[in-house]
Ligand binder design. Structure first.
Ligand code: B12
Length: 462
């Protein structure tokens, strides 16, 4: 069959760049089952602009199946896409997969008859099996569909037990993008054992953490270095350092094969030890992204981060001392947050810099907390009658947590933290940063400054 995989437009087209790793795995499995697969990534585009392109592609390809990656932040475009497919190719099957579709299959299927099936959870085994059984889907595990007016969700698909059976993702389908980014994303484990209240990952991966063996991971790195020589390897696991011994073994395997490259990882900072950080540095790690969220212990506790502020601070300084740069993620709008907590976050950043000649922290993002389905915070928001599931039937963007403060206040607080961080590097560095932004992307820059309330924060009377 001809299968076309499409990642539709995000409601935040200017969001951080990403390449749908899911497709690179799915393509391998679909091709193995004998299907002809094409892929399109429109996440960064605007629906109205890319609609003509999609029409052209659908008419040209005439696929038998269209697979759509449906996240909460692109669900509106995903539904528009399903309608478009059925208008142009009424016999083509439309299959949804991804985080939002997995969490809300019933709502999608009951309200949008253009969606034929939802693949619930991990898709590698389920999707080809579904395609082989379109006429008799009841026995396929891990799917949902409508049988007349009845919503059917089949038995859950067991998670792939041995992740070493996963093939190397088919990077070639996004080769140009990878070359441009010069960075290859690797997922060396799946799932997370923590339960941060704003995140749906634990729920999606069934509260399980599964890891690939160090050999399997380093084989993939070696293959990536052959196709994209000199690229940075970016581990984007949900919980990279869950098992320190495994990380050590990955590093040992990199050294044993004498591979020379730089790598980054997303990790929990509290799990790092001095011994491990030294080993990671020695094997090429130069940056660790860390979701700190807040510098206030009360806020960390409220999010169930399981972090201790002092330990986080100590370990960040340790990373800097041992040569690993940190890239931190913070947020405002945490339940119960007050001005005092924002001051604590600013103080935390100041402390991070204090007596730290190596101060080497990039502030990746100060976001305003979003409510996503499948998260404990969302469930609480429903109980508090702040939101109902019907919200996702509208075209509104994912909502911010604005129980206590308006979005404007939260955005200003986020901007205040960003400005504080920049000031820690000193005014010359700050002016250089602003100058670079204004010269490189003038229109984007003006929109950014206005949209993020920097104006108000900078000229606010104290
Ligand atoms: C890496 C990552 C990123 C990267 C790159 C993402 C990418 N791949 O393009 C970056 C940093 C860019 C990013 C950005 C964002 N991300 Co992000 N990200 C992730 C992360 C950690 C891993 C995604 C991944 O590659 N997983 C590995 C693959 C193999 O798994 P998968 O994508 O789930 O795919 C499997 C199944 O879902 C299914 N499947 C998926 N698609 C399809 C399609 C079909 C047809 C079928 C049949 C099956 C199927 O099969 C796949 C294989 O088993 C996830 C968390 C997570 N664990 O999923 C968050 C996550 C996806 N991100 C999230 C969010 C919120 C964001 C941002 C909005 C954050 C922000 N404030 O900017 C932005 C949005 C970007 C944009 N421009 O719109 C949320 C999404 C929540 C939701 N309900 O939609 C997640 C789930 C994390 C969370 N907090 O809960 N992200």
């Amino acid at each position: 069959m001809k299968v076309c995989l499409i990642n539709p437009c995000s409601e935040i087209p200017d969001g951080r760049p990403g390449i749908p790793l899911a497709f690179m795995y799915l393509v391998r499995y679909l091709e193995k089952a004998g299907h002809e697969v094409s892929t399109y990534d429109y996440l960064k585009d605007d629906w109205d602009k890319c609609k003509p392109k999609i029409i052209k592609e659908l008419v040209h390809e005439t696929p038998d199946v269209v697979g759509v990656q449906c996240m909460t932040y692109n669900r509106t475009a995903a539904v528009k896409l399903a309608k478009l497919v059925k208008e142009l190719l009424p016999d083509c099957k439309v299959v949804f997969g991804g985080v939002h579709a997995t969490i809300m299959p019933e709502q999608l299927l009951r309200n949008f008859e253009e969606i034929d099936f939802v693949v619930v959870g991990e898709g590698e085994i389920t999707f080809p099996e579904l395609i082989a059984n379109f006429d008799n889907p009841e026995n396929v595990k891990g799917i949902a569909f409508m049988k007349g007016k009845e919503f059917v969700k089949t038995e859950p698909r067991p998670l792939i037990e041995n992740l070493d059976t996963l093939p190397i993702p088919k990077w070639e389908i996004f080769k140009e993008e990878y070359k441009r980014l010069n960075r290859v994303m690797i997922y060396s484990s799946r799932g997370c054992i923590f339960h941060c209240t704003f995140c749906s990952t634990a729920h999606f991966w069934k509260n399980k953490w599964r890891a690939r063996s160090p050999k399997h991971v380093v084989d993939e790195i070696e293959a990536a270095q052959k196709i994209f020589p000199g690229c940075v390897i970016d581990f984007c696991d949900d919980c990279f350092s869950r098992d320190n011994n495994r990380v050590k073994e990955i590093c040992a395997e990199i050294k044993r094969r004498n591979l020379k490259f730089i790598w980054y990882c997303e990790t929990r900072i509290d799990m790092l030890t001095e011994e491990l950080v030294k080993i990671m540095y020695d094997a090429g790690c130069r940056r660790a992204s860390i979701g700190i969220e807040s510098g206030s212990q009360k806020m960390m506790d409220s999010l169930h981060k399981g972090y201790n502020v002092e330990k986080v601070l100590k370990n960040i300084k340790m990373c800097h001392r041992l040569g690993i740069k940190t890239s931190t993620l913070l947020m405002t709008g945490i339940p119960g947050e007050t001005r005092e907590d924002i001051e604590k976050t600013k103080k935390f950043l100041t402390e991070m810099k204090k007596d730290n000649p190596y101060f080497n922290n990039q502030l990746e993002e100060v976001a305003v907390l979003w409510l996503f389905p499948g998260t404990p915070l969302y469930e609480k928001a429903k109980i508090d009658k702040f939101i109902t599931d019907d919200y996702w039937l509208t075209e509104k963007k994912a909502p911010f947590y604005t129980y206590e403060w308006s979005y404007d206040v939260l955005r200003s607080r986020a901007s205040e933290i960003v400005l504080h961080h920049h000031k820690l590097y000193g005014w010359p560095a700050f002016i250089w940063y602003v100058f670079k932004g204004a010269v490189n992307h003038p229109i984007k820059f003006v929109k950014f400054v206005i949209g993020r309330n920097y104006w108000k924060v900078m000229f606010r009377k104290k």
